[in-house]
Structure formats: structure tokens, C-alpha cells
Design a protein around this ligand. Structure first.
Ligand code: SF4
Length: 60
């Protein structure tokens, strides 16, 4: 059984990787994306995990 991180901030419903950081990172990296925990709370809610969104989010 895999331990799940209870602090995972992702709000995307029904994801089988929720709280399984290793799988989450690998999944999004493969698609050139970033994980929920790298975004602000507001940006995370858009479910857009792209670099474009991350850059926009970090710029403020
Ligand atoms: S960031 Fe992606 S893979 Fe990770 S828990 Fe959220 S939807 Fe799942």
C-alpha cells in the first residue's frame, strides 16, 4: 500500500495519484507540466498545470 500525503493541495477530483507525490510528479513531467503544489491556491483551482500558467502565477 502506498502512503498518501495528507497535505496534497490538489483540488482536481478523482485523481488516482492524489497524495502520491512520486506518481504525480512523473505523470505531469511526462506531459511537460507541473504539479498542483507548485501553484498558488488560486492558480491551482484552474487545473491548468502548464509552464505558461506557472510563469503567470509566479509573476503575480
Ligand atoms: S497535480 Fe495532477 S497528478 Fe497530482 S494529484 Fe493533482 S491531478 Fe493528480
Amino acid at each position: 500500500m502506498t502512503d498518501r500525503n495528507p497535505d496534497c493541495p490538489c483540488t482536481y477530483p478523482g485523481c488516482p495519484r492524489h497524495g502520491i507525490c512520486r506518481e504525480c510528479i512523473a505523470y505531469h513531467r511526462k506531459m511537460g507540466e507541473f504539479t498542483a503544489c507548485m501553484f498558488s491556491k488560486e492558480a491551482e483551482r484552474t487545473w491548468d498545470r502548464s509552464f505558461r500558467k506557472l510563469a503567470e502565477d509566479r509573476k503575480g
